[in-house]
Write a protein that binds this ligand. Sequence first.
Ligand SMILES: Nc1ncnc2c1ncn2[C@@H]1O[C@H](COP(=O)(O)OP(=O)(O)OP(=O)(O)O)[C@@H](O)[C@H]1O
Ligand SMILES: [Mg+2]
Length: 221
Amino acid sequence: MAVIVVGSQKGGVGKTTIATNLAAWLVLQGAETLLVDADDQASASDFSAYREETRGSTGYTLVQINGSHVRKQVESLRPKYDHIVIDTGGRDTTSQRAAMYVCDVFVTPFNPRAYDLWTVPRLADLVDEVQSMRPTPMEAYSFINRADTRSLDNRQVSDALAEYQQLKFLPHPLTNRKAFANSAAIGLAVFEMEQPDPKAVAEIEALFNEITHGSYVTTPA
Ligand SMILES: Nc1ncnc2c1ncn2[C@@H]1O[C@H](COP(=O)(O)OP(=O)(O)OP(=O)(O)O)[C@@H](O)[C@H]1O
Ligand SMILES: [Mg+2]
């Protein structure tokens, strides 16, 4: 059982994309899954509404929790689910901090652009601060989202991210692919599309297997 938080101090890096795909993927593995929308923009809730329209049901339970309540409520919901995925907003908010205190795993996407990378030191400091207040350490992972297929920068960005010991760098980037945006627009995970983009599916499965320690054998629909 794991509580997995997707967070960052930067907006628009792909948190909701990852959180919603992860929730759908855990459901596909047969896990009783709770998706917590802890962002007041409520994108994960919007995704879930489209998902219900497209599929009839989400497959997971969705709740919206904000602010410091995240901590207590997730603690009390924990025994009811196999996995809990928490989507947070792109700022250092009370919700995100509360989620980081209560989680087992924290994952943070970075886009390979300068503006995004400039936020790494601040996030690393936040991870340090949260770790120092937790009874037991969380696992904290970074990875690259929206990697450029043609850019040679990906290597440089990987090296830069790998320098931060607070955030274990996962060498499983997600490339900038239309499939991620197109599937989200209709409330589906990339692997749930009628004609899935095999490269997008392979990327997301490699990432999710790493995040969940390969504890699942993937069986895409
Ligand atoms: N790998 C990808 N390839 C193509 N488009 C992507 C990819 N990842 C995310 N996107 C698109 O980027 C935009 C931002 O993604 P998303 O909403 O997941 O970010 P976010 O971090 O949750 O943003 P916010 O901070 O506002 O909550 C969306 O339009 C999404 O479809
Ligand atoms: Mg979001």
